[in-house]
Design a protein around this ligand. Structure first.
Ligand code: NAD
Length: 480
């Protein structure tokens, strides 16, 4: 079995422990054994990033452009192979896996351009003979902690801006998906980047993650993952004065109004709730439907959900791949049971599937007759499970949509400009979709949520600079 090492200070470093990376579509398929770092190795990576920070902070925009462009170009050239690997380790279908890899390439291209575009502002002072200049400088050493559900896109949207704006990186991927992370860093290792600028430290959150978060040598932490871990990280990192950016869970509503185009609405719900096995922070998990369209919508969505083909992620006919692991699958099934116990009606799916290959398969679940106070409508499931809530009219639907501690993404299906406009303004979410699924975003504009879903500046697009740079204001008096 091939062993994959950590990348610290420009070298591939073996570890004492290695963890097998299991294919969730076929648990007899082991992709490789990936290093699991200890605290000492993590501290070495931090020291390497610290030592490289000063010099990299003064690298030229051209140097940063060349490196980011090299990475993007190779990602594009190897999209099929990397997409297959991603599908194999995470369980996304092949089009989803390749799509995510291409997205990572686009992100690196975008930030290659941003490296060239970074400029400041100058202005006249209120004092005579004085000039004012506003510039942006790198933050320094950034620790990145990422989840398993986007194994290459999320690392890309953290590493690319960090480098473009002159920071050094310690990247800790999720334990369940080290192969995409390793492949990305392997490309980065050949990009001409000076040693120590990017370090890969695979291993457990409790060891590698906590060492990064508590180290005085790490200037900023960018985290994507669950609310519970995010809050823990914020408490520790903010207490020592580090910069913190958190992207966490969602309980995203999709409102369907009487005047919606039925096919558009069903398609938005199907895509948003179940594709990528529902394992998206932006998944539509609460479908809030008004009276006039309720019966027709539920009937059509039920038929479409029941027809979804669940199977091996790399089988060309598969629409819904497996759940990531046994623990997540059990948790999904438990949420379905809790919804039924509280009065919901399971209209289709919701069971484990035993297919030819042993994997973590689940038929997507649609649950009707749910109310906003039920657990299924309050907690993030993070699986192929959606619940339907009946609303009397638009006003009630809006109230229900906002009745959540989360605020990542929201959507409305309507042909009314009036309601679409009102929803865009009043929805308490970071991203609002009209006649589009709640999941599926562009890479050149800000991404992020509000309320309990996010903390700190937005990711992606030019807004990423708010986290990865520090603003400096300089005053110059040139004399009489
Ligand atoms: P998780 O919180 O369990 O793990 C995320 C990362 O944190 C992993 O790398 C993990 O090893 C690390 N970690 C665990 N314990 C830690 C600790 N004590 N200190 C430091 N790091 C620690 O999340 P997950 O199960 O990998 O991912 C699913 C979650 O991610 C869902 O809640 C989902 O909504 C969220 N997510 C959010 C976004 C977004 O942009 N808002 C995107 C994707 C996923």
């Amino acid at each position: 079995m091939t062993k994959f090492n950590n990348f610290i200070n420009g070298e591939w470093i073996p570890a004492d422990r290695y963890i097998p990376n299991i294919n969730p579509s076929d648990i007899s398929d082991v992709i490789g054994e990936y290093a699991s770092a200890d605290e000492v190795a993590t501290r070495e990576a931090i020291a390497a990033a610290r030592a490289a920070a000063e010099s990299w902070a003064h690298s030229t925009p051209q140097e940063r452009f060349n490196i980011l462009d090299f990475i993007a170009t190779e990602i594009f050239a190897r999209a099929d192979e990397l997409g297959e690997l991603l599908s194999r380790e995470e369980g996304k279908t092949l089009p989803e896996g390749k799509g995510e890899v291409l997205r990572a390439g686009q992100i690196f291209k975008f930030f290659a351009g941003e490296a060239l575009r970074l400029s400041g502002e100058t202005g006249a002072s209120v004092r005579p003979g004085v000039d004012v200049e506003i510039t942006r400088e790198p933050v320094g050493v950034i620790g990145m902690i990422t989840p398993w559900n986007f194994p290459i896109a999320i690392p890309a949207w953290k590493i690319a801006p960090a480098l473009a704006y002159g920071n050094t990186v310690i990247f800790k991927p999720a334990e369940l998906v080290p192969a995409s992370a390793w492949s990305l860093v392997e490309i980065i290792s050949r990009s001409g980047l000076p040693r120590g600028v990017v370090n890969l430290v695979m291993g457990p959150g409790r060891v590698v993650g906590e060492t990064l978060v508590s180290s005085e040598q790490v200037d900023g932490i960018s985290f994507t993952g669950s609310v519970a871990i995010g809050h823990r990280i914020r408490a520790t990192a903010a207490a020592r004065g580090a910069r913190v950016q958190l992207e966490m869970g969602g309980k995203n509503p999709l409102v369907v109004l009487d005047d919606a185009d039925l096919d558009v609405a069903v398609n938005c719900a199907l895509q948003g709730a179940f594709y990528s096995t529902g394992q998206r922070c932006t998944a539509s998990s609460r479908l809030i439907v008004t009276e006039g369209i309720y019966e027709a919508f539920v009937e059509k969505l039920t038929a479409a959900t029941a027809a979804l083909k669940v199977g091996d992620a790399r089988d060309a006919t598969t629409q819904i791949g497996p759940v990531i692991d046994e623990k997540q699958l059990q948790s999904n099934l438990e949420y379905v049971e809790s919804a039924i116990r509280e009065g919901g009606t399971l209209v289709c799916g919701g069971q484990r599937l035993d297919l030819e290959k042993r994997g973590y398969y689940m038929q997507p679940a649609l649950i009707t007759d749910t109310t906003p106070d039920m657990r299924i409508n309050r907690e993030e499931v993070f699986g192929p499970v959606a619940s339907v809530i009946r609303a009397a009219d638009y006003d009630e639907a809006l109230t229900v949509a906002n009745d959540t501690e989360f605020g990542l993404s929201s959507g409305i299906c309507t042909t009314s400009l009036k309601y679409a406009r009102d929803f865009k303004r009043k929805s308490q979410a970071g991203m609002v979709m009209v006649n589009l699924p709640t999941a599926g975003v562009d890479y050149h504009v800000p991404f992020g949520g509000r309320k309990g879903s996010s903390y700190g500046p937005r990711e992606q697009g030019a807004y990423a600079r708010e986290f990865y740079t520090i603003v400096k204001t300089s005053y110059v008096w040139a004399g009489e």
